[in-house]
Design a protein around this ligand. Structure first.
Ligand SMILES: NC(=O)c1ccc[n+]([C@@H]2O[C@H](COP(=O)([O-])OP(=O)(O)OC[C@H]3O[C@@H](n4cnc5c(N)ncnc54)[C@H](O)[C@@H]3O)[C@@H](O)[C@H]2O)c1
Length: 297
């Protein structure tokens, strides 16, 4: 689909990181932009920056884990602009709580935003795009959707988003519906994702404490995120994929090769490798440091 003035894009998680970069990329192509996010101050600041591109902009405070809120977002966007052409289901969070021994609320939060958020977005917007005869849905997954080993709840949601996106792509094509689908699977990107706890919902009780080993592992992950790709470069790849009607959007060829090796191991019936050997995350070094840390605790 051609990205140009007269089209309308909706982006969730638009106040920061990849979502904001997507909103800016669409604004630069002249699209009207609807920004949705749970973080109200950051959303208002993002709205001002997108307005400065001279395009029509609408900010809608939205919690994507809430079905009614996402349905309201779709209604508000259509009421204001008459149509919606691009939908980026992008909002996402990660928890550093202990997945096996910590509170279940951390799982509920991550599944609520990363998985239910995407489901709600598809169900609210796909009928609008299909009826109007044109549209493209971009779901933000992650390389964690093809390669487990980051964080169990995060990995689970991102695998699900990849699967749902493939199913949606197939369903749209088989039904002859004019809705394109892409799934974004970035490697490390320089964003505020590691401060996701800033949006912990009070309705889920107290913020879960970090896993005891998070003190060690977070240092490594912080470094790779700090050295990650610029969000604007990710947004350019998404824009190219929409224009080319391409399903997969990858940003990190090295991680793709590791994911491909994982599948070779699966096909050969091998047990899972103990480490992913992702650049910047030396598994054995981290494991040794975690063991030393736990022994000293
Ligand atoms: N940064 C990375 O290395 C990386 C890699 C792969 C995938 N991703 C994915 O990219 C997406 C964007 O994350 P980011 O890295 O830009 O992080 P970010 O924290 O900079 O942006 C996430 C945005 O989502 C918003 N958000 C959080 N909970 C929400 C909710 N319930 N409803 C609506 N909005 C909510 C936040 O306020 C924030 O603006 C996520 O889906 C993330 O999993 C990030």
């Amino acid at each position: 689909m051609e990205l140009r003035a007269g089209k309308v894009a909706v982006v969730t998680g638009a106040a920061s990181g990849i979502g904001f970069a997507l909103a800016e990329r669409f604004a630069r192509s002249g699209l009207s932009v609807v920004l949705a996010d749970i973080e109200q101050d950051a959303l208002a600041a993002a709205e001002q920056k997108i307005l400065a591109h001279g395009v029509e902009t609408l900010a809608v405070p939205t919690d994507v884990s809430d079905e009614a809120a996402v349905q309201a977002l779709a209604r508000t966007a259509v009421e204001r602009f008459g149509s919606v052409h691009v939908v980026c289901n992008n909002a996402g969070v990660v928890s550093n709580a202990d997945p096996w021994l910590g509170p279940l609320s951390a799982w509920r939060w991550v599944l609520g935003v990363n998985l239910w958020g995407v489901i709600h977005g598809i169900r609210a917007f796909m009928p609008v795009l299909a009826l109007q005869g044109e549209g493209h849905i971009v779901n933000t997954a992650s390389m964690a959707g093809l390669l487990p080993g980051f964080s169990p709840s995060y990995d689970a949601t991102k695998h699900a988003v990849v699967a749902i996106s493939e199913d949606l792509y197939r369903a749209m094509k088989l039904a002859g519906l004019p809705v394109g689908v892409s799934v974004l699977c970035p490697g490390w990107v320089r964003t505020s994702i590691l401060e996701a706890g800033r949006n912990w919902p009070s309705g889920l009780g107290d913020v879960p404490p970090p896993a005891p080993t998070a003190e060690v592992t977070s240092r490594y992950v912080e470094r790779v995120i700090d050295e990650g790709m610029a969000p604007a470069a990710v947004a350019d790849l998404v824009a190219e994929a929409i224009a080319a009607e391409r399903f997969w959007v990858f940003t990190d060829q090295e991680m793709m090769s590791i994911a491909a090796r994982r599948w070779e191991g699966i096909a050969a019936g091998q047990n899972p490798p103990l480490g992913m050997d992702v650049p910047g995350l030396p598994t054995e070094e981290i494991a040794a440091e975690v063991r030393r840390f736990l022994a000293g605790a």
